[in-house]
Write a protein that binds this ligand. Structure first.
Ligand code: ARG
Ligand code: ZN
Length: 852
């Protein structure tokens, strides 16, 4: 059943306070809830209540008769309740069998068993009957009771009391109270046996906050990176937004079974182990950097999400878009800002552009959905962040801060909308309001343009035109305000002669630059100033010129990507690109190894696919892509040995320079193997064996696997034996094989059959099933589709959130060449017959809808 933004109604009553008593037993749990409810008049009261057995209900301490309520389809209706009353509910739930990982669930087995919650977006209704919507705010008191085998009892807020349970010497309890008003999706509790890493942070207003990271004993050593990131994030938010932490305690708990990355529950964040644990020996630089970003992201939610929350789930981007923008800005301050931007844009292009180009396209603020879990998308998150970025750039540092100060001042403690956000920012600049259409309109705008230089009058004209595809079911697209950061270079001197932020807010506009004395080369969309696809009629030679002369690091990378796309998708000759690389790389490798590593990027097979709208042939794309990669490797073949040798393995160091060296070394190693450089296979084995950290070891392992270097099975086996006790490293072991350039469906089947494969652990499922989608030429075969759709069918019942995500990856099946398209259609149709969950059904309906 679809729900619509336009049908929003304010809640009919308020919940003054909530007290929960959660008692965990061997086979199940009981939950007693006490809600103080008030409203204007007596009448029916509707609560959400899913997957639970109602044992008793009391209104003002009087038992509610069975005929005075109804409970069906996740809804509990109390007939004709008084206007103001105390409600007590007693229910039974079963966390032990909760494989959906929403609500209260069991994670891990044996000694590592723990119980944790995931309530966003609608998990709280699986714990206790409640008006489970983000615009109902209340204070929560939580009593937890369990066997002493689980010494760790945590909930939001402050610890009030703990002790033994009378008459049950093997049990104990703890009572927590959170004084802040929060929606139910921010509730959390943990019952486990964990160790803790403690520290503290003193806020700029002088309060000492206890910081704790909880993990299983063997993982505590891997919590230091996250702890430091938390302290950095707390200071960063004070400096950049004036946002100070408000409770006395901030806890993070690492969980090995988790659907997403992490969750910002008030004062008690719950994290996927993959997003909090980090150590040089077991975690690559990229993953470690991601750990810091996710820690910061969840911390930043304390203001953008928790203190100011969403009125309804249509407004999800209100908290996610802004918070992603904030974590990206934080990360940009921790490394080269250009590389940060490159990585964020590469992700946006590979996933969000793809989503926006297919049947799952939706506005950053959707206006209808069946299952909100299906809308935790890259459009809501990453495109949402791009909108905030455009606003921040347009306003400039000071005015943006003025706007965000106003937002925090005006809406603290409230549940608000995207309009409220824009209205607060508009105190700094009225033009902010015109950005609302970016939230309402799906599809990636395509900006095309050309330049016209008149040497006589010394004027340059740049003409830009925007066009957004008309997505079925939405109004005809409007012109959006698109900031295009532009620099004009003098061809002769290589110097910048003009710099301007052009604002394209009509369909077509021409911008004039006077006093351009010599032939110009323009550079557009610097730093990716708007989330659009740019088709400017650059000469390939102009792009090569920019690769040398651009001062904006991001745009240097961007021109390589334009050149590569032209070669792969428009059959341009690669000569200019290869020459430009040969000229640029040697110096750049010395100055900025990280950027140098990125310049060799060739868009992934999936990203290329997103630019192809008909007759997509995955084999042909793979052949072209591999061919170009080979050409680059061979053209620069003389460079690899000296370069590799100039980047020796030294003791581990976490500086940006050292990370750059490691990144470049891994790229060079793979290039050398591709070019068939003598001894490259020995370097790989040598690097594998003498690695000082996981970036080096896994880089070597992947190179060995991708090139099936003779004897690579030895290193694979060694890697497994060395790390078999560490789930996250074994995930890497699985994904190195599943995402290998050489992978076949039989290999995936073998990985699934491995004793360490587990359908109930999302990280493991992703490390094989999702990793395999990086090889579209294998995925889109009958065998590949059979395996993949079987995986979806299997997960549909046990974990529909994950199953639905897997379906979304198949969205652009209809662009395939006819023979493959027909096969894909058949498998999707067959899958439709099998699946039950509304999550998968909604995704599959949209995906199949693309056929009509
Ligand atoms: N709010 C979390 C974050 O982005 C994501 C939680 C999503 N969980 C889910 N089951 N959809 O930080
Ligand atoms: Zn978030």
């Amino acid at each position: 059943q679809k729900i619509y933004l336009r049908d929003y109604e304010a809640p009919k009553y308020t919940v003054e306070s909530v007290a929960l008593d959660i008692r965990l037993f061997e086979e199940d749990a009981t939950v007693e809830g006490r809600l103080q409810i008030s409203r204007d008049a007596a009448g029916d009261v509707l609560l959400h209540a899913e997957d639970m057995e109602i044992e008793a209900l009391y209104i003002d301490d009087t038992r509610v008769d069975d005929t005075a309520y109804t409970h069906s389809e996740g809804r509990l209706m109390l007939h004709d309740a008084p206007a103001t009353f105390a409600l007590r509910t007693e229910v039974r739930i079963c966390p032990q069998t909760n494989t959906m990982l929403e609500g209260l669930y069991k994670a891990g087995t044996g000694d590592e068993t723990m119980f944790v919650t995931q309530c966003e977006p609608e998990g709280f209704r699986r714990i206790t009957p409640y008006p489970d919507r983000p615009d109902v705010l209340s204070t929560f008191t939580t009593r937890l009771e369990a066997d002493k085998r689980y010494p760790t009892l945590l909930a939001n807020g402050n610890l009030i009391e703990a002790g033994e349970v009378a008459d049950a010497p093997e049990r104990h309890y703890a009572i927590w109270h959170d004084p802040t008003h929060k929606p139910s999706y921010l509730f959390a509790c943990v019952v486990a046996n964990l160790d803790v890493l403690s520290d503290h942070y003193t806020t700029s207003d002088g309060r000492k906050v206890l910081l704790e990271v909880y993990a299983k004993a063997a993982d505590i050593d891997k919590c230091h990176v996250g702890m430091q990131a938390l302290k950095d994030a707390m200071a960063w938010d004070e400096d950049n937004y004036g946002c100070i932490y408000d409770l006395d305690r901030y806890m993070i708990v690492a969980v090995s079974q988790f659907n997403m990355g992490a969750m910002e529950n008030k004062g008690l964040n719950i994290f996927n182990t993959a997003c909090v644990l980090s150590s040089p020996e077991t975690t690559t630089d990229a993953r470690s950097f991601n750990v810091k970003a996710v820690i910061a992201h969840e911390y930043f939610h304390n203001w953008t999400g928790n203190r100011i929350t969403c009125r309804d789930w249509f407004q999800l981007c209100l908290k996610e878009g802004f918070t992603v923008f904030r974590d990206q800005s934080f990360s940009a301050d921790q490394q080269s800002a250009a590389v940060q931007r490159i990585d964020d844009v590469a992700t946006l292009r590979a996933y969000q552009f793809n989503e926006d180009a297919g049947p799952l396209a939706h506005p950053v603020r959707p206006d209808s959905f069946v299952e909100i879990n299906n809308f935790y998308t890259t459009t809501v998150y990453e495109k949402g962040a791009e909108i905030v970025r455009m606003l921040a750039n347009m306003l400039g540092k000071e005015k943006f801060r003025q706007g965000t100060d106003e937002y925090f001042r005006r809406y603290d403690g409230q549940a608000v909308t995207v309009e409220d956000f824009l209205s607060a920012l508009s105190v700094a600049d009225e033009r902010v309001l015109s950005f609302i259409d970016w939230y309402r309109q799906p599809g990636t705008p395509v900006v095309s343009g050309h330049q016209n230089y008149d040497a006589e009058t010394q004027t340059l004209e740049i003409t830009l035109t925007q066009k957004t595809r008309h997505v079925a079911g939405f109004d005809a697209p409007k012109a959006l305000p698109i900031p295009v950061a532009t620099a004009v270079f003098d061809k002769e001197s290589g110097q910048i002669v003009a710099e301007e932020m052009l604002l394209l807010d009509k369909e077509t506009q021409t911008y004039r630059f006077d006093n351009i004395t010599g032939a110009p080369v323009v550079s557009l969309l610097r730093d990716f100033s708007a989330p659009v696809q740019l088709n400017f009629d650059y000469q390939d030679a102009d792009l090569a010129f920019l690769l040398t002369h651009e001062t904006n690091g991001f745009n240097r990378w961007q021109v390589t990507q334009i050149l590569v796309n032209r070669i792969l998708l428009q059959n341009h000759e690669p000569a200019i690109y290869l020459e430009a690389l040969a000229k640029t790389l040697p110096n750049l490798a010395k100055d900025d190894a990280m950027l140098a590593a990125r310049l060799l990027d060739i868009p992934s097979a999936q990203e290329l696919a997103s630019a192809i709208s008909t007759d997509y042939d995955p084999d042909a794309v793979k052949a072209k892509r591999d061919g170009l990669y080979q050409q680059v490797a061979v053209h620069l073949a003389d460079m690899w040995q000296p370069l590799y040798e100039s980047l020796p393995i030294t003791e581990y160091d976490d500086s940006a320079e050292a990370r750059g060296v490691r990144a470049l070394r891994n790229v060079v190693l793979d290039m050398a193997l591709t070019a068939g450089v003598d001894n490259a296979a020995d370097w790989a084995v040598q690097q594998y064996e003498s690695a000082a950290c996981m970036t080096e070891r896994s880089g070597a392992l992947k190179a060995l696997v991708n090139h099936q270097v003779a004897g690579y099975e030895t290193q694979l086996k060694n890697f497994y034996e060395r790390f078999k006790a560490d789930d996250l490293v074994i995930d890497l072991w699985f994904s190195a094989q599943a995402a290998s350039e050489q992978v076949r469906v039989a290999d995936i089947e073998a990985l699934i059959a491995h004793t360490d494969f587990d359908w109930n652990t999302p990280n493991r499922v992703r490390s094989v099933i999702s990793a395999f989608t990086t090889q579209p030429a294998v995925l889109w075969t009958p065998e590949g589709l059979a395996l993949y759709t079987q995986a979806v069918a299997k997960l549909d019942d046990s974990n529909p959130v994950i199953a639905s995500r897997l379906v979304q990856v198949l969205a652009r099946w209809y662009t395939l060449v006819p023979s493959k398209r027909e096969v894909a259609h058949r498998y999707l149709q067959a899958l439709k017959e099998k699946v039950q969950s509304k999550h998968v059904r909604e995704s599959l309906d949209s995906v199949l809808g693309a056929a009509d």
